[in-house]
Design a protein around this ligand. Structure first.
Ligand code: IVH
Length: 694
């Protein structure tokens, strides 16, 4: 029994050592952090039950590993510790209880109750230590194994947020500042876009990228990377120190001396306030400009910190409350290929369901065959799935050491998985495309689904299954056939019935009266979304003008660039397409048309021209989409996310993160009734032209 437990302990230690090596030395973690944390947790539990089994070389005694060869080594004057983790509110309350218990036991003084805590986001980057002598930066080092790190002074000097000499005055002769180097999300995305454009391997996440960037032997490379330093504590300080006696105040002093500190940092009383802080930050997590993997809570009073002291690897006065992991490990079951409206054949990973980023994920996009190759993905592989915020889940890495011998390479399809027609890859494009166009069942189904969708012709009552059935049985070959469907055919369909058939027919009838913008959008021209369709409608006023427009004319339309212009030209040059449009018009589809000159001058004078709105939350007297189209009719740009460019945020009930972001950015916030009266006033100023774009 004991032997098995010991063998289990050894196995866990081995795994942790291996992962430490991948993480700290190779900057290439082989498993997600959450998996690592779980292993470490298991180790700590076993070691706490059998303290006699704790060996000096156990990973619990030394988190991290040897520094890389190639950099000078630096011995930290004071060890750089790590933090204990809390995974839920109970863990956190337990931490607070331990703190208070310990303080009251070892003291003749009354314990401060509630405890004052400093709350800080736990930045997901690399810990560094910077030593200043007489105000000048002399050494910068990585954390390494906690006692010895690597000398990265040259590299750290390249970061704008690292003061080369301290500002102001009053700093101690020796001051060691500790903090996290991280790469803001926008910089990370931009870097990956650049790498991908050059056909180079992209980075998995901002943390690894920051680590890789700091580990460059050539500091010119580091200098080009968008890295930032945020200070979060001090290390060695000389005797002449006149630093404040509270952690929170020390960080503000560091700010005065030229360091960036985290703007979200707060000082609160008691552990319940810490939990509130955690909730608030958790809800804003995806809107922060950088990645965080939890919140760090620190006892604010230095005197109390000293009394609490340390255990092997972590202080007793601080804890990291981790967020749910954004990366998890799971099995790749198979890869399916889906065909979209434009014929793009997209691989989709079918995964063993896994809980990641707050939801259960069983599918992840693989984008295209290049991505499969880049990942070196095989059937049967164990993969790391990442779901950060609302972003769709992504396979970011294969865990190579878990690849079974039976793993099979993924074959590039040579024919369309739906119509079995040929697939090809257009010059300069990553996607494989089925060339059968509207004679490929999948593409017709998608085209029809798009045509009937709410923002297009808004024909309610036709689901994907029904469209599929109509296409498969040959009842419809293209969108115009929809208007020839009769009651008998529809009523005989599965899951339809008399009533639904009648409803569908009246929806079809109603849809015939539309706007030019919606009609254009519903045609599903590649690259022409709702906004471009509106711009085209406003610019040309009449369909005939668009049909005959040449490239120069198209390029003059707002938001239309060469790629879009060519797609439009190509679309209207197709004989079959023109026939379908004629058929639709003969079936009675119509919209008001206008003289373009008149429309354009009207558009220029719209009351909300030049204003950008975002609408969020639940509205009581109309839907968000209704309000959005009213705003657009009045000339406003309606965006989906709040930025510095937003002029107004309309916030309905239960507005969440967008409202918080708007408040942060000091964007004017309107409630529903304020927004409606603004719209009503503006509507008075405008006239008949509304119908052109509806
Ligand atoms: S304090 C003795 N504060 O988290 C306390 N650490 O697991 C030392 N980290 O190695 C750390 N943000 O890289 C502290 N606001 C913060 C932090 C933070 C990120 C990292 C740091 C450390 C790790 C601990």
């Amino acid at each position: 029994m004991l032997n098995t437990a010991m063998a289990h302990l050894d196995a866990i230690k081995d795994q942790l050592r291996q992962h430490n090596h991948s993480y700290y030395i190779l900057d290439d973690p082989s498993i997600p952090d959450a998996e690592y944390d779980r292993l470490m947790q298991q180790l700590l539990v076993i070691e706490s039950v059998h303290p006699q089994w704790v060996t000096a070389d156990s990973p619990s005694q030394r988190v991290g590993d040897k520094p890389l060869e190639g950099f000078q080594q630096v011995t930290h004057a004071l060890p750089m510790l790590s933090l204990d983790n809390a995974f839920d509110g109970d863990d956190l309350r337990e931490f607070d209880r331990r703190v208070r218990e310990r303080l009251s036991k070892h003291s003749d003084r009354a314990i401060e109750d509630p405890i004052i805590y400093a709350c800080e986001p736990k930045l997901d980057g690399i810990a560094v230590s910077l030593t200043y002598e007489n105000g000048l930066l002399v050494t910068a080092a990585t954390r390494g194994d906690g006692s010895r790190g690597e000398d990265i002074t040259q590299n750290m000097r390249t970061l704008d947020s690292v003061p080369l000499c301290l500002l102001g005055k009053g700093w101690p002769a020796t001051l060691e500042v500790r903090g996290e180097v991280y790469m803001p999300s926008a910089g990370f995305e931009a870097l990956n876009t650049k790498l991908a454009a050059k056909g180079l391997k992209t980075y998995v996440n901002p943390r690894n990228t920051a680590a890789g960037s700091l580990r460059q032997l050539d500091s010119k490379i580091t200098a080009q990377r968008p890295l930032e330093l945020c200070a979060y504590s001090i290390g060695l300080v000389s005797d002449d120190n006149t630093l404040p006696q509270q952690h929170f105040d020390i960080l503000h002093q560091l700010q005065v001396w030229g360091f960036k500190i985290n703007a979200e940092m707060r000082r609160v009383q008691g552990i319940e306030a810490c939990l509130d802080y955690y909730q608030t930050l958790a809800s804003r997590r995806t809107h922060l400009a950088y990645e965080i993997d939890g919140i760090v809570f620190k006892v604010d009073q230095l005197e109390l910190q000293e009394r609490l002291g340390f255990v092997a690897r972590a202080p007793r006065w601080a804890i990291a409350h981790k967020f749910p992991a954004q990366e998890e490990m799971t099995g790749l079951l198979k890869v399916d290929f889906q065909v979209g409206r434009t014929g793009a054949v997209t691989p989709v990973a079918r995964l063993e369901p896994v809980f990641v980023g707050g939801v259960t994920v069983s599918n992840a996009t693989l984008h295209n065959m290049d991505e499969i190759q880049r990942l070196d993905l095989h059937l049967g592989d164990t993969v790391i799935v990442r779901r950060a915020g609302d972003v769709i889940p992504k396979v970011v890495q294969v865990v190579l050491e878990r690849r079974p011998a039976s793993a099979e390479a993924i074959q590039t399809p040579t024919t369309c998985p739906i119509c079995e027609g040929p697939v090809e890859r257009e010059e300069g494009e990553a996607a494989l495309r089925c060339v059968n166009g509207l004679s490929c069942g999948a593409q017709i189904v998608q085209a029809i689904k798009h045509f009937v969708s709410r923002k297009a012709m808004d024909i309610d009552g036709l689901g994907e299954k029904q469209v599929q059935a109509l296409v498969e049985t040959g009842k419809i070959k293209h969108v115009a056939d929809l208007y020839a469907l009769d009651h008998a055919v529809l009523a005989a369909m599965e899951r339809m019935g008399e009533k639904s058939a009648s409803n569908l027919l009246s929806a079809l009838h109603k849809s015939k009266s539309t706007s030019l913008a919606k009609f254009l959008f519903s045609l599903g021209i590649r690259e022409v979304g709702e906004a471009t369709a509106r711009s085209l409608a406003m610019h040309y006023g009449r369909l005939t003008n668009i049909k005959v427009a040449d490239i120069e004319s198209l390029l003059a339309v707002e938001d239309v660039g060469p790629i879009v212009a060519n797609r439009i030209l190509h679309f209207f040059a197709d004989h079959d397409t023109l026939t379908i449009i004629d058929e639709l018009q003969r079936a009675g589809v119509h919209w008001p048309e206008f003289d373009p000159v008149e429309v354009q001058s009207h558009q220029q004078n719209l009351p909300f021209k030049g204003f950008s709105f975002v609408v969020t939350g639940t509205l009581s007297s109309l839907s968000r989409d209704e309000l959005k189209s009213q705003l657009q009719e009045l000339g406003a740009k309606v965006a989906s996310s709040v930025s510095k460019k937003t002029d107004y945020l309309v916030a309905g009930e239960k507005a969440g993160s967008k409202l918080i972001k708007a408040q942060d950015l000091q964007v004017t916030v309107l409630d529903e009734s304020q927004a409606l009266s603004l719209v009503a006033n503006a509507l008075e100023q405008v006239s008949k032209f509304n119908q052109v774009v509806e």
